[in-house]
Design a protein around this ligand. Structure first.
Ligand code: FAD
Ligand code: NAI
Length: 472
């Protein structure tokens, strides 16, 4: 039997909301977490975008397609012959769905273990202490002392291009395709565009990406972005920059895409078109206007440094407040907010967030880029090391890419790390710890790294900052 009165109600069980709810419960609060996500049987499916249609299913398909491309293209060099390699998309999707189900069931278990009531339904805030939850069977009202909004984000839609999740899809539809499209068009060369392009290109789709910006991956270090552009082109992904998709017509079994770029107007025919042009805050029907919670001009909920909105007792975390739209950023905000509510000193270091783009090679970075340091007038030194000079990368057969470390010229503090290479997603963690702990490049240079490992590249890049790299 669910209670009808709580100390804290978290709206949204994504990585921001469910983690916050668990930390609140660990700190002794009486907590409920409301979430509207349903599985195929109309049962609750906590985990938010991340577990249901984001991080996890995309990485499941990225891993499956990576294995396929290994067997299709590289296995021969390892002396492995695979003569009848085929793609079974239905099976691949079943595996992905099973991974999602296992993890969402796991979150249900974690909530239960921590004594948190999972309330299945769409929440709307009636007043500071009252929330209505419209569930599949009935609507109920619950009282609470504090409300935490963690309702996440949803894909931004282009007005002229309604998504049907069949042949014109957003990221959710792109994760559900039942077959490999012969020709895939992608609008937006951001994180989602590149990851989805990688999945379907590896499995055989002919992929074209149209990007409005002149620069490819403008937030990424310039050397890393240049390498990424070259390597993705080598894989057969066409990326057209500085262009505009003006219109697209859906015919019986194909889509005609009208594009304008510096060379004029052109049309391209595709079988599937993915719209991946960013995400917007999910605040629909939450009742924010009614109770006066302020949102910014882009619709993100405004909060102060304690994640408090302008209405006393109402807080917000995760994608719904904008900034880095990343699962781990939301989770850390959830932990820090719970600790603040318990009178502790929760803290999030927004300067030490790892970013990863799961292309292959992977792209990962943290801290400052050379560009941001130059704009702040900070003097810095750079050390780089290529993967091709690493024994482990050679043994793996993954030699593309480099590691770049940036350190303060005055005190040698590590300010940024930028990687394109195999397992960059894992390697970046060392640099995040170093920045969080305010270590110097010399600290990394004097730390013993196992041999042969890819992490030796970080060691060598740190040595290179002082012109004493050994293996280059
Ligand atoms: P969400 O995960 O969006 O969760 C919000 C929850 O609130 C949802 O369950 C929703 O149903 C619920 N909700 C909304 N409104 C209501 C309401 N009124 N009542 C009840 N419930 C409500 N990030 C990474 O860090 N790494 C990745 O590899 C990665 N890959 C991604 C791949 C894709 C394809 C996408 C789309 C995103 C990816 N992200 C990734 C981003 C990541 O998914 C988000 O940053 C993260 O999920 C945000 O967490 P959140 O808890 O703030 O919101
Ligand atoms: P994004 O902001 O990363 O990229 C959107 C791209 O679309 C931008 O490059 C933008 O210039 C371009 N664009 C916008 N309008 C356009 C138009 N009309 N025509 C052509 N191009 C246009 O957003 P994306 O890829 O949708 O991802 C949303 C968020 O989800 C990301 O910011 C990221 O935080 C999160 N995410 C994280 C992942 C990870 O951590 N690996 C994976 C996937 C998503």
């Amino acid at each position: 039997m669910k209670n009808s009165s709580y100390e804290v109600v978290v709206i949204g069980a994504g990585p921001a909301g469910y983690v916050c709810a668990i930390r609140c419960a660990q700190l002794g609060m009486k907590v409920a977490c409301a979430d509207q996500w349903s599985d195929k049987n109309n049962k609750p499916s906590p985990g938010g975008t991340c577990l249901n249609v984001g991080c996890i299913p995309s990485k499941a398909l990225l891993d499956s397609s990576h294995h396929y491309s290994f067997f299709a293209q590289e296995a021969k060099q390892h002396g492995l012959k695979c003569e009848q390699l085929t793609v079974d998309v239905a099976k691949m999707q079943q595996r992905k769905d099973k991974v999602v189900k296992t993890l969402t069931t796991g979150v249900k278990g974690l909530l239960k273990k921590n004594g948190i009531d999972l309330l299945h339904g769409t929440a709307s805030i009636k007043n500071r202490n009252l929330i209505s939850i419209a569930g599949p069977d009935k609507t109920s009202e619950i009282k609470t002392e504090k409300i935490i909004i963690a309702t996440g984000s949803k894909p931004f839609e282009l007005g002229f291009l309604p998504v049907d999740q069949q042949s014109i899809v957003d990221s959710t539809g792109a994760l559900e395709l039942g077959q490999v499209p012969a020709r895939l068009g992608v609008i937006g060369a951001g994180v989602i565009g590149l990851e989805m392009a990688s999945i379907w290109n590896r499995l055989g789709a002919d992929v074209t990406i149209w990007e409005a910006e002149q620069q490819f991956l403008p937030l990424v270090d310039r050397d890393i972005a240049a390498q990424a552009s070259k390597l993705l082109a080598k894989q057969g992904i066409k990326i057209v920059l500085d262009c505009k998709v003006k219109q697209a017509e859906k015919n019986a079994d194909e889509i005609v895409v009208h594009v304008t770029d510096s060379e004029g107007d052109s049309t391209t025919i595709v079988d599937c078109l993915l719209v991946a042009v960013g995400r917007v805050a999910n605040t629909e029907n939450l009742g924010l206007e009614q109770i006066g919670v302020a949102v910014d001009e882009r619709g993100f909920v405004e909060v102060n440094e304690d994640w408090q909105t302008n209405v006393t007792g109402i807080y917000a975390i995760g994608d719904v407040i904008g900034g880095a739209m990343l699962a781990h950023k939301g989770s850390e905000e959830g932990v820090a907010l719970a600790e603040k509510l318990a009178g502790q000193s929760g803290h999030v270091n927004y300067n030490a967030i790892p970013w990863v783009i799961y292309t292959w090679p992977e792209i990962a970075w943290t801290g400052q880029t050379e560009e941001t340091l130059r704009s702040q007038g900070i003097n810095y030194n750079v050390g780089t090391f290529p993967f091709m000079a690493l024994g482990r990368a050679r043994a793996m057969g993954d030699v593309d890419g480099l590691i770049k470390l940036v350190a303060d010229a005055e005190n040698d503090r590590l300010l940024g790390a930028h990687i394109i290479g195999p397992n960059a997603s894992e390697l970046i963690a060392e640099a995040v710890v170093a920045i969080e702990a305010e270590l110097t490049a010399e600290d990394l240079a004097r730390t013993i790294h196992g041999h042969p490992t890819l992490a030796e590249g970080l060691h060598e890049a740190a040595l290179a900052l002082d012109n004493r790299a050994i293996h280059i």
